[in-house]
Design a protein. Structure first.
Length: 112
């Protein structure tokens, strides 16, 4: 991803991850939804946290069911770009394509 591109990735309890293009000018702040996808298996689950590595090449996501997924951002931007003219929804579910890990209980339970 280009360091000059103003992209923001957000998540929510609706189970979706959204990619935004953020453009700042002297007159107005603009944001445009580039794409979104459902990142959880069950309708009742939500995305509780996201983070990137220091190079912004991978996105790590944790959900309320205890799964952690790793998304390759370089692949995403190759497929969808960072300046889409309209909001696009990926044709296939991303979670079918990437490895994931199911945590076996919370940290507190493991240290009890």
């Amino acid at each position: 991803m280009d360091d000059n591109t103003g992209n923001l990735v957000s998540c929510g309890m609706d189970g979706r991850i959204r990619f935004w293009n953020i453009v700042h000018t002297a007159k107005v702040n603009k944001s445009k939804l580039l794409s979104k996808f459902r990142a959880v298996f069950r309708q009742c689950d939500g995305v509780s946290c996201i983070a990137t590595d220091s190079q912004n090449t991978v996105l790590l996501m944790g959900d309320t069911f205890g799964y952690i997924r790793i998304y390759e951002l370089e692949e995403y931007y190759s497929a969808y770009g960072s300046q889409l003219p309209v909001c696009r929804k990926p044709e296939s579910h991303h979670f079918l394509k990437y490895p994931f890990l199911r945590l076996q209980g919370s940290i507190e339970q493991n240290h009890a």
